[in-house]
Design a protein around this ligand. Structure first.
Ligand code: AMP
Ligand code: MG
Length: 491
């Protein structure tokens, strides 16, 4: 059976120094673990075709579909603050782009599909665990309404990859509105190739920001637009307790999607200093540090654009600084509006942010679970019983002080309790991809070849805002012995 991909590749039409043409490396015995049928249909692909042995071979990189133009993209990046002039897709290959049902161009990329000219000393492969992790977390982010790359499929390769020991190999088919990163701009800027920076900027404008194509100063508008999307994205992360873990500039999408899920995690007990990556020694990418790092990454982006902003360097720098000044304001506006929604406040009053902060302080002191606190507050907003929220606090003193303040503030609202409850339940998820659940899914898959827990977790996380009584246990934080303290880069 022929598997049809309606490819319309635009990145591969850019100059040759933007990428390396390279085909995926065939693997021994591909086996389809998961196909995201809904996403396939959205991409105008036929799930039935993808589920055939031919489809599985394509998703494993064993054969290349017609119309594909496989490339590894070139990019650079600051990793933990240190600049690396050449990174690039070392274990990912962009098969091509399709235009989805909504007219949006989407990349279809295989991750773990074998070495490329950018692999350095890596093997170009991915282990099953990290592939399942990325599948679960990216789809959970999507279900929560947070911009993200998506997961179309996971396949096992039938080959081992060697990390701490031998692990089953796998390939993730990742879908993104593009895989262009801040680091892609840095690659050309570091080579002082302003013409390439301009071509890349024009490509990004046409693809992600068509509305600014006709702007008088399109590159200024591009900088503003990327800043806005990152500010909103990071605000959304903070509102659900997400820690990206490796916010390097090569993991920062200029389209404003969450990308490159490695050692990421959702917080259980609230702790703004929480770090998840085992390689993040100094808390650079700690939960509450993410806005600051976002701005740092955007500053690197602005530096790349300087030659396009003005011929006079000082003028260009001033203009870039003015644009970057907008980040804090936009982040704060998005974050504060989100916090009001989480607290059930449909209007804005003086003191709302202090009210939110006081809850966070109480949560920190009481080691309350971030997600459950807000979910149970949503339930409590429909009546006057705070006891189920209170029970989440090991030391409830702070909560006891806070709860009457919140009630008083709610009394100033015009929404009915039912309306408020419905609104809060629509923004405060019951189900997040908790780390101990992900680890259990991976253990079952890797140790026992059992993918039933993976399927069940994905199904639960697809409806994060609905109570699913049969799966109530998935909403629970880990027991002390289940707690996962850090996740490893898992490459
Ligand atoms: P990451 O930490 O996954 O964002 O990757 C950082 C850089 O290392 C990128 O250039 C990747 O392509 C590269 N890389 C990560 N893992 C591998 C691997 N197993 N083989 C080759 N390159 C890799
Ligand atoms: Mg990366």
């Amino acid at each position: 059976m022929t598997v049809h991909f309606p490819f319309q590749n635009s990145y591969a039409a850019l100059p040759d120094n933007f990428f390396a043409r390279v085909a995926p490396t065939p693997v021994a015995a591909p086996r389809l673990i998961k196909l995201n049928r809904t996403l396939a249909e959205e991409l105008q692909l036929d799930p039935k075709e993808l589920e055939t042995p031919e489809g599985t071979e394509i998703l494993a990189g064993k054969s290349v579909p017609e119309g594909a133009d496989p490339i590894a993209m070139a990019y650079a990046g600051h990793q933990f603050g240190h600049f690396v002039p050449q990174l690039g897709d070392g274990r990912a290959i962009l098969l091509g782009e399709v235009v989805d049902k909504n007219g949006i161009r989407r990349d279809i990329q295989l991750k773990g599909s074998g070495p490329t000219p950018f692999s350095r000393r890596g093997d170009g492969r991915a282990a099953l665990g990290p592939v399942l992790r990325e599948y679960i977390v990216s789809e959970a982010m999507y279900a929560m309404g947070i911009p993200t790359t998506r997961s179309l499929a996971a396949v096992m390769t039938g080959e081992a990859v060697y990390r701490e020991g031998a692990l089953p190999g796998a390939v993730l088919t990742r879908v993104a509105s593009s895989h262009i990163r801040v680091g892609t701009f840095q690659y050309f800027a570091a080579r002082r190739d302003s013409e390439a920076v301009r071509q890349l900027a024009d490509h990004v404008i046409a693809r992600h920001y068509p509305e600014i194509g006709a702007a008088e100063r399109p590159y200024h508008a591009l900088l503003d637009a990327v800043i806005t999307r990152q500010a909103r994205l990071i605000a959304q992360w903070l509102l659900v307790g997400f820690i990206h873990g490796v916010m390097n500039t090569d993991n920062t999408s200029v389209a404003g999607e969450t990308i490159d899920y490695g050692p990421c995690a959702f917080m259980d007990a609230y702790d703004p200093k929480q770090v998840f990556s085992s390689i993040d020694e100094f808390g650079r990418y700690a939960f509450a540090n993410q806005p600051r790092i976002g701005l740092w990454n955007l500053t690197r982006f602005a530096e790349c654009l300087l030659p396009l902003l003005d011929d006079d360097k000082d003028t260009a720098i001033k203009q870039a600084e003015a644009a970057l000044d907008g980040f804090a304001e936009q982040f704060t506006a998005a974050h504060q509006a989100g916090l009001r929604r989480k607290l059930g406040l449909s209007t804005e009053r003086e003191g709302d942010q202090q009210l939110a902060q006081a809850l966070f302080d109480a949560m920190t002191a009481g080691q309350a679970d971030f997600t459950l606190t807000f979910r149970r507050l949503s339930d409590a907003a429909g009546d006057s019983d705070d006891s189920k929220v209170r029970a989440l606090f090991q030391d409830p003193a702070g909560f006891d002080e806070w709860a009457p303040r919140w009630r008083q503030r709610l009394a100033e609202e015009r929404q009915t309790p039912d309306e408020r409850q419905a609104a809060m339940r629509g923004v405060n998820p019951a189900f997040i991809p908790r780390n101990h659940r992900i680890e259990a899914v991976i253990a079952a898959a890797v140790r026992d070849n059992d993918f039933a827990p993976f399927e069940e977790l994905i199904a639960v996380l697809a409806k994060p805002y609905e109570d699913q009584p049969a799966y109530a246990a998935y909403a629970e934080p880990p027991q002390p012995e289940e707690r996962v303290l850090q996740t490893f880069c898992g490459t």
